[in-house]
Design a protein around this ligand. Structure first.
Ligand code: C5P
Length: 403
């Protein structure tokens, strides 16, 4: 990861103060601290007295690699003032879970413990992730307090709806650690694609032979999903037309599920109006069975022939339109990457194409890619797909005609 400091940019090295107040969701704050650390944030944790009843300081010390702050009266902090020392240089404070009580105290500008004092003395964005029983959340007093926080420019993340620790169901669940981390990532990512609409294809296609069999390939969809996530974080309205994969839709992305290349083409054309960018990451099957059997084919001892017909090339078709958006292609090759990738870019008349060798990217979490455009080839360092995606988005944002 050490080489990618310049790529991540968004949370790497940022000082995030995680405030953990008293609620059963405090156990999830441990996963959150780890997740934030994983994307490069420098996490410092402040626990309230009530928070300490649910989770231990030692847990967070081990996960964050820093001492954990629990009291306004910790004398050994810089200047003897932990609420100032901890907040100094912080890029954001995230209170997760935020109980009804801490929300009330924040709304009233109280500073009667370390975390509230820290929030009051801050000069950075404050994020609050409510977590409480449904009735506590719906109580007009809590709703008033949340409205006050919003009016003060504090960002409220969630809550989610669903089953609660108390056995009830309704609004009040803390957002999952991954979603909270994603919200911070999105906040710190430059809005390079603000006001733009992007359509992305991802995953394999599935070309049915009969009701249970088909032709597909081993594309995992990870690169396309990472691209869609990076576009959404960059501020684009993002539509992801996805073949069958086992991945959740990235935050802020509208996902349309398809199986066959023909359906993928139809859905792409349906959502294309108004698009500024089309990024074709899908590994579309080049051929499909000439006929799909209505019933399961029965085996016989004889050889069997399957007639295949070519599928439309979705990317070539979109790029050839008179009103074509900025089109980005992908090419996964088993050899001679430069020659094949550049000839595909020219054949499909693409301003930009991303190439990788099959051995480097397919199925895994990392990728080594080269970007090809009219200016030449631009190799990127090997990196996790999320980071590669971010660089690809930065590159296309530079090439994109002014909107
Ligand atoms: O299959 P090929 O190597 O030509 O794919 C290059 C690019 O074209 C990829 O971006 C892929 O998503 C796109 N493509 C497509 N429809 C096809 C085949 C490829 O959009 N039928």
């Amino acid at each position: 990861m050490e080489n990618y400091t310049h790529i991540i940019g968004c949370l790497r090295g940022r000082k995030i103060v995680l405030g953990v107040s008293g609620g059963i969701a405090a156990y999830k704050a441990a996963a959150l601290a780890r997740e934030l650390g994983r994307v490069g944030a420098d996490v410092h944790v402040a626990l309230t007295e009530a928070g300490l009843r649910f989770v231990s300081a030692l847990t967070f010390q081990a996960l964050s690699g820093h001492r954990v702050w629990t009291s306004l009266w910790d004398g050994d902090a810089e200047n003897g003032m932990p609420h100032i020392a901890l907040g100094r240089g912080a890029d954001a404070i995230l209170v997760a879970p935020a109980s009804a009580d801490i929300i009330a105290r924040l709304a009233h500008g109280r500073a009667d413990d370390l975390l509230t004092a820290l929030c009051l003395a801050r000069d950075c964005p404050l994020f609050v992730a409510p977590a409480m029983n449904r009735q506590m959340w719906e109580n007009p007093a809590t709703q008033r307090n949340v409205a006050t926080l919003r009016a003060d420019g504090i960002i409220i993340l969630g809550p989610d709806e669903g089953g609660q620790a108390c056995g009830e169901t309704g609004p009040g669940r803390m957002l999952e650690p991954g979603a909270l981390c994603e919200a911070l990532l999105a906040f710190f990512t430059p809005r390079l694609l603000a006001g733009r609409k992007v359509v992305v294809t991802a995953g394999p296609t599935f070309e049915a032979i009969d009701p249970v069999r088909g032709i597909t390939n081993s594309s995992s969809g990870k690169m396309g999903y990472a691209i869609a996530a990076a576009c959404a974080r960059g501020g684009a309205e993002t539509v992801l037309v996805s073949g069958p994969v086992a991945l959740p839709a990235p935050a802020g992305v509208r996902r349309i599920d398809v199986a066959s290349a023909l359906r993928m083409r139809d859905e792409v054309l349906a959502v294309l109006p108004g698009a500024d960018v089309f990024i074709a990451v899908a590994a579309v099957a080049d051929y499909r069975p000439a006929q799909t059997a209505g019933h399961k084919l029965k085996k016989s001892g004889l050889p069997m022939r399957l007639e295949l017909v070519p599928n439309p090339d979705i990317l070539a078709e979109v790029a050839a339109r008179p009103d074509a958006p900025f089109c980005v292609g992908f090419a996964a090759e088993s050899q001679e990457l430069d020659a094949y990738a550049e000839s595909k870019r020219r054949a499909k008349r693409l301003p930009m194409l991303v190439g990788n060798l099959l051995a480097d990217g397919v199925g895994g979490d990392d990728n080594t890619v080269v970007i090809y455009d009219d200016a030449g080839r631009h190799p990127l360092p090997r990196a996790p797909k999320a980071l590669v995606a971010r660089q690809i988005v930065e590159h296309l944002a530079r090439l994109l005609p002014a909107g």
